[in-house]
Design a protein around this ligand. Structure first.
Ligand code: SDX
Length: 428
């Protein structure tokens, strides 16, 4: 086995090099402090791996993304969202019997407890749907206690996973109905995942939801593209919370809260708000590019840049092409897509972005497709959460399948006051 050697002062410490199935290499520092008294410091974990995983592979330099080894391009084109959810959680695409059983679990767990509907009365119509989603998901551990066990058991896990994946969709649709003062719409047992969500969102006693296969496929594609992304901020949060043996609902709730941030899942809402501002104020593309480069300006080119991708985010490439195709097919017009493409074109010719390898990420075009579907802007991050849920669950399960389960507890370097003592008021 390859080794790395750390020499410091009179110390020499050998550390094993581990290699992943795609040739990635890491220095295993798990014995470093015990052997040398030293720890590592890596603010933002830019160089630090938290785990080994078999779920998702990303090659940021080559713009590659695969779920359980299958390229995202193939899954986005050919798979259903429930197939991708099963693939991520259980490791392989389901056969016919497995797919039927999984779909049955999703159907049987699509309604939320009637008493949970009363929670919505406590939310103002203006409540951000991510706040509602996090609250309601955590509350599921109160109502679905038969699935919720302290120790991890396979049969309860299957029910909890299906319960979350199915009910998150219902909660999201109900939060939208609450915000527009319409009665919520119960899920139907004969509709597929994305269709059922759109039915619950847009059906009403006076305006029936009219299914549109293009719209339903666009939503499934968006959910598939968001389904997992290895150890991003929110999924790492799910692992960290889950490592304390907190139940799956509480762990997912924490992940939803982390996803909300505008630097992360909240960026899709910020992208549209940015494009709307440019459109409303007729801002010039070049002035926006200059502002994005100006450290003193508050303007940031949301939807651009990525911690891992130093090439075009493959999801953004798929979404951009999807927008062009479906807009042309349905003769759909949206000034924001033209602005987005002009921004991208200008940024990718500008040394500031080129030198820093800043490319469009998944959030740059996703909001434009959500707008076409009719999703309100403040629900874009909720849509990200619905898509990402299977990945969060898969990563939580993988952590629980790993023996021994180690609670996550990073170290620090203390930079504060050295020893001093309590001073009475008159001496302060
Ligand atoms: C997601 O991790 C994942 O996998 C996340 C995600 C997933 O699927 O889970 O892919 C989803 O969160 C996508 C990212 C969505 N966020 C945004 O679009 C917000 C805008 N992007 C940036 O805030 C930033 O690019 C991050 C947060 C995405 C990445 O931050 P890093 O890796 O910490 O990089 P950085 O902030 O240190 O930037 C490096 C340089 C800096 O300039 P210098 O100090 O070198 O002069 O690039 C600049 C930054 O100022 N920069 C930008 C920029 N992004 C980075 N400058 C202008 N506009 C931007 N968008």
């Amino acid at each position: 086995m390859d080794k790395a050697v750390l020499t410091y002062d009179t110390l020499t410490h050998e550390m094993p090099i581990i290699e992943g199935s795609e040739g990635e290499k890491a220095v295993d520092i798990s014995k470093l402090r015990q052997a040398t008294g030293l720890i590592t410091l890596d603010v933002g974990y830019q160089n630090t791996g938290s785990c080994t995983s078999t779920i998702t592979f990303i090659d940021g330099d080559r713009g590659i993304l695969r779920y359980r080894g299958i390229p995202i391009e193939e899954l986005a084109e050919k798979a259903s969202f429930s197939e991708v959810a099963y693939l991520l959680i259980y490791g392989n695409l389901p056969n016919r019997e497995e797919q039927q059983a999984f779909s049955q679990r999703l159907t049987q767990n699509s309604m939320i407890h009637e008493e949970m509907l009363r929670f919505f009365d406590g939310f103002p119509p203006t409540a951000h749907p991510m706040a509602i989603l996090a609250t309601m998901v955590n509350s599921m551990s109160v109502y679905y206690t038969d699935y919720y066990t302290e120790d991890f058991q396979a049969d309860t896990f299957d029910l909890m996973a299906a319960s979350l994946i199915s009910r998150i969709r219902t909660i999201a649709a109900y939060s939208y109905k609450h915000s527009i003062g319409q009665p919520h719409v119960y899920p139907k047992r004969d509709l597929k995942y994305a269709s059922n969500f759109l039915y619950m969102m847009f059906d009403s006693p006076v305006n029936p939801y009219i299914p549109d296969p293009d719209i339903e496929r666009a939503l499934s594609t968006l959910l598939i593209l968001h389904a997992d992304h290895e150890q991003n901020c929110s999924t790492s949060t799910v692992r960290l919370v889950g490592s304390s043996m907190a139940n799956l609902y509480a762990s997912i709730c924490a992940g939803i809260c982390a996803l909300w941030g505008p630097l992360h899942g909240g960026a899709n809402q910020k992208v549209i708000e940015m494009l709307e501002e440019i459109n409303r104020n007729k801002l010039s593309i070049q002035s926006c590019i200059e502002s994005a480069k100006d450290k003193t300006s508050k303007f940031r080119l949301f939807g651009f840049g990525h911690r891992v991708y130093k090439n075009y985010d493959p999801r953004a490439k798929i979404l951009k092409k999807y927008c062009e195709t479906i807009f042309r097919k349905n003769n759909y017009q949206d000034p924001l897509i033209n602005i987005a493409m002009e921004l991208e074109d200008a940024a990718l010719k500008d040394d500031f972005f080129v030198d820093r390898k800043l490319y469009p990420n998944v959030d740059f075009y996703s909001g434009i497709l959500y707008r076409m579907i009719g999703i309100p802007t403040n629900m874009f991050t909720v849509m990200f959460a619905i898509g990402r849920l299977p990945g969060m669950i898969a990563q939580w399960k993988e952590m629980h399948d790993t023996d021994p389960l180690k609670i996550g507890r990073p170290r620090q370097i203390y930079m504060g006051n050295t020893l001093r003592h309590y001073a009475p008021m008159e001496e302060r």
